[in-house]
Design a protein around this ligand. Structure first.
Ligand code: ATR
Length: 308
């Protein structure tokens, strides 16, 4: 069909196109990764396009191992406006870009490709998304004493964000000490100061006697293993004034419950997901998404997860 057609809410069960018309001017954005079928990104971007009145469609692209460079080159050739990148390609995709933003290059992970002259430029909106989610909840990083749990890909990126946003001190606790040490060395070298202090997870009792912002960056507690948590001890949670779990499935993690039971405030990672999408959308479309629009998308995401 080349005569343009409307895919309306009825035809798509209200989930895809928000009544938009696909025509000769429709722009395409998408997600490349493997797997991609559980992604919430189409909900974020198609809802934003609907609210903003942009003629843009966002779809997931499953990219099989070995096809990444072809996928990026092909997308550029097809005039695709922008792409998100997810597991397992966030690092590997850097080789297919014409330019990489500073923070993304330091982290070594890119989740957003923006079309520029001659190719795509890579950004890491996961981290700027986390920062904006924290700002929207009134959580500060600058000057803060932070406990960061984990030293994998996600936690490592958070450590860079903390360095960039001038955190006071980051106590990086990990089950495998060597990984915490490596991240600390890298981040401290990148920012020219001793911002990250590596520690063994089981040494949490040695943390200074004070209140911390705690960021949960391990994969422990992720659905379906919702009852798991990295640290059980209530004494640890009494040292936390605010807990931020990067996990959003389940919506309330065991870590969050333990923080709240000890009197702290706790947040999940859904707003980080929301804002990483919003920042990507802003980069692609050169617009600013308002907090009101962000709230509409957030409600839609919660509905998608079955949370009212
Ligand atoms: P991601 O990309 O989500 O960060 P990852 O790179 O595999 O995933 O990192 C997983 C993190 O969760 C690591 O910090 C890991 O600790 P190790 O470095 O010691 O492996 C942490 N993690 C996973 N399972 C854990 C468990 N049962 N107890 C404590 N930490 C755990």
């Amino acid at each position: 069909m080349d005569d343009g057609r409307t895919i309306d809410s009825e035809m798509t069960d209200g989930k895809m196109m928000d009544g938009k018309t696909i025509d000769g001017k429709t722009r395409l954005c998408g997600l490349i990764g493997n797997p991609v079928e559980h992604t919430m990104s189409p909900v974020i971007h198609n809802t934003l396009a609907g609210h903003c009145g942009h003629n843009l469609v966002y779809v997931p692209f499953l990219v099989e191992e070995g096809n990444l460079a072809d996928a990026v080159r092909g997308a550029y050739a097809l005039n695709v406006l922008g792409l998100n990148v997810t597991v397992p390609y966030k690092s590997a995709v850097i080789d297919s870009l014409v330019e990489t933003d500073d923070l993304a290059a330091r982290i070594g992970a890119v989740n957003t490709l923006v079309r520029t002259e001659g190719g795509y430029k890579g950004y890491n909106t996961d981290m700027s998304g986390l920062y904006r989610a924290m700002v929207s909840e009134g959580i500060r990083i600058e000057g803060e004493e932070i406990v960061l749990l984990g030293a994998g890909g996600a936690a490592r990126a958070v450590a860079y964000l903390c360095g960039e946003q001038k955190a006071g001190k980051v106590w990086l606790l990990n089950r495998t000490y060597e990984k915490a040490e490596r991240v600390a060395e890298e981040v401290n070298a990148a920012f020219g100061r001793e911002v990250v202090v590596p520690m063994l997870l089981s040494d949490y009792e040695k943390l200074p006697e004070r209140k911390f912002l705690a960021i949960q960056g391990t994969s422990v507690g992720l659905a379906p293993k919702e009852d798991d948590v990295v640290i059980e001890d209530a004494a640890f949670y009494r040292k936390i004034h605010t807990g931020f779990d990067l996990i959003y499935k389940p919506f309330t993690t065991r870590f969050m419950r333990l923080v709240r039971e000890a009197g702290g405030e706790a947040y999940n990672g859904l707003k980080m997901l929301l804002y990483q999408g919003i920042i990507a959308y802003e980069l692609w479309n050169q617009v600013e998404i308002t907090e009101k629009e962000a709230a509409l998308v957030y409600d839609r995401m919660k509905r998608e997860m079955g949370i009212s």
